[in-house]
Design a protein around this ligand. Structure first.
Ligand SMILES: Cc1cc2nc3c(=O)[nH]c(=O)nc-3n(C[C@H](O)[C@H](O)[C@H](O)COP(=O)(O)OP(=O)(O)OC[C@H]3O[C@@H](n4cnc5c(N)ncnc54)[C@H](O)[C@@H]3O)c2cc1C
Length: 298
């Protein structure tokens, strides 16, 4: 084997796993395509000792610190194929390199599927937000929109009302909420607009207003949206890892997927999406992989 472990995805979860494994003397290759999901957000919040740091600065510091562990190799590349071999796994990269290892860890993250609304992509992670714990404090008490529809949006609206009382729910078409839910939101002073969204007016990613198809316009400083997502990499599925109905890689409480020898950590397998949670799961997954290898070899 070229390596004991190959980690595909070298962002917060992958580099944390590499740190655990490097400290356990393991020979590890980390392959990373350099596209973390938070790359457009100017500042990352709610990660102890790094609150308000840029996402890339956190990665840079981690990469620097990993240089202390000589058994860790970091490679900028994309894993485009992976297969099971007699004793482990083989990974092919887009640069045409082939590597083998005993174990695989997917720390590949997820890809948000942005709606086709002009201005949305420019604002994503800057003033169009997915998580109030990450960015809600910076836009507290400000005029805020929430884009969403259906039953699940009700709890999200209630959650956001912790940070601001000036909320308009944009359902982007007729609201598919029950009369009771609409009544509940309205009694909580939530304004509801059912028109189709035409575009967002923004400047350098900072939203100024949301414009509906009928021409009406609403000034807001932030827009929350819970988006659908896909797995960033289809290799886990290709290798037989079970994907849950919610589109996550299924893992047990020790980060083991349904395919023996393959593990997953970070956003690709966890509902709670944050740098701290990705770091925690990567750290733990690295320890579990080392533990499994020790027991298997003893
Ligand atoms: C817009 C936005 C803003 C956010 N802001 C915050 C915040 O302020 N605070 C906070 O705590 N959390 C925030 N988050 C959540 C946080 O960014 C994620 O929870 C975290 O990035 C997950 O880390 P990860 O390592 O699992 O995945 P990612 O960080 O998404 O990294 C996955 C990595 O895997 C690589 N990869 C995927 N497939 C392959 C492949 N086949 N070959 C090689 N490499 C591959 C990608 O290129 C990428 O580098 C934000 C998320 C978003 C979307």
């Amino acid at each position: 084997m070229d390596f004991e472990v190959i980690i595909i995805g070298g962002s917060y979860a992958g580099l944390s796993a590499a740190t655990s494994l490097g400290r356990a003397l393991r020979k590890v290759l980390v392959i990373d395509g350099g596209k973390p999901c938070n790359r457009q957000t100017p500042y990352s919040h709610n990660f102890l000792t790094n609150d308000g740091e840029t996402p890339s600065a956190i990665i840079k510091k981690a990469t620097e610190q990993l240089k202390a562990y000589k058994t860790i190799t970091l490679l900028s590349d994309i894993a485009i194929d992976a297969s099971k071999t007699e004793n482990g796994f083989e990974v092919l990269t887009s640069a045409g390199k082939i590597f083998t290892a005993d174990k695989l860890l997917f720390a590949t993250g997820i890809t948000d599927v942005l709606p086709d609304i002009d201005g949305f992509a420019e604002c994503w992670g800057i003033s169009v937000l997915h998580c109030p714990y990450c960015h809600g404090y910076e836009v507290r008490h400000q005029p805020t929109g929430i884009l969403g529809n259906g039953e699940a949006i009700v709890e999200y609206v209630k959650l956001i009302s912790n940070w601001t009382k000036d909320i308009t729910l944009f359902t982007n078409g007729k609201a598919t909420l029950t009369d009771e839910q609409l009544q509940e939101l309205r009694s909580g002073k939530i304004k509801i607009e059912e028109g189709s969204v035409k575009h967002l007016v923004q400047e350098s990613g900072k939203i100024k207003s949301i414009v509906l198809q009928d021409g009406s316009s609403f000034n807001i400083n932030a827009l929350y949206a819970r988006l659908p997502f896909t797995q960033h990499s289809n290799l886990p599925q290709q290798l037989g890892c079970t994907i849950t109905d919610e589109r996550y890689i299924h893992v047990d409480s020790f980060y083991r997927t349904s395919t023996p020898g393959i593990y997953a950590a970070g956003d690709n397998s966890a509902f709670m999406r944050s740098v701290a949670v990705a770091v925690a799961s990567g750290t733990a997954a690295g320890a579990v992989i080392n533990r499994d290898m020790v027991i298997e070899a003893f």
